[in-house]
Each structure stands twice: as C-alpha cells, then as structure tokens.
Design a protein around this ligand. Structure first.
Ligand SMILES: C[C@H](O)[C@H](O)[C@H]1CNC2=NC(N)=NC(=O)C2=N1
Length: 101
C-alpha cells in the first residue's frame, strides 16, 4: 500500500499543483474544473476515467453542467498519497488541453 504524505510533503505537492487545495474536514485534495459546456466536461471525465481505471485509483467527483468538482484521497491509506498527486497532475494536464479554467 502507498504511504500517506507528511504535512510538509502535502504542502510541497500542493504548491506545484495549480488549482488544488486541501479539502475541509478530511484529509483529501479538491479542485473544481469549469469547462465551456457539458460536452467538454464529460469529455474530461471520460479521459480521466480511462486513466483512473488503468491505475486502479479513482476520483470522487460530481458533475453539474460544465463544472466537475473533484476530491482525491487514498481510502486504503486514510489520507493523501503520491497516487492522488499523480492523478491530480494528470487531471490538470487533460483539463489544460481542453482549455478549462
Ligand atoms: C480494491 C481496489 O484496488 C481498491 O478499492 C482501490 C480502488 N480505487 C481507489 N481509489 C482511490 N482514490 N483510493 C483507493 O484507496 C482506491 N482503492
């Protein structure tokens, strides 16, 4: 199992991860992505889903029209691990390709 990051490691990782913050009330990281329309938001989710399934690491997320709210944590570890940071980076890259805010 992957290890939880220390507080210092978490803070360092978040500084290089644009748009992500610590989730209130639990050890997790969050970001809300805003796309041009539903089609783009759902396209983002589809691409991310393929990566998530391949790496067996899955987001908690909620889609409303053109926004996607994401929470990442490693349930098995009870907190934030490198796997969450890696998925967050992949999400940022895909969102940037699609022109998300
Ligand atoms: C059995 C299966 O490998 C586990 O439940 C995986 C699946 N996807 C997962 N995704 C996330 N985000 N955290 C986990 O701990 C996790 N565990």
């Amino acid at each position: 199992m992957t290890e939880r990051l220390t507080t210092a490691e978490r803070q360092a990782a978040l500084q290089t991860l644009g748009g992500w913050r610590e989730t209130e009330g639990r050890e997790a990281i969050s970001r809300t992505f805003t796309f041009r329309d539903f089609n783009e938001a759902f396209g983002f989710m589809t691409r991310v889903a393929l990566i998530a399934e391949k790496s067996d690491h899955h987001p908690e997320w909620r889609n409303v029209y053109k926004t996607v709210e994401v929470v990442l944590a490693t349930h098995d570890a009870g907190g934030i691990t490198r796997r969450d940071i890696a998925l967050a980076e992949a999400m940022n890259a895909i969102a940037a390709q699609l022109g998300a805010a």
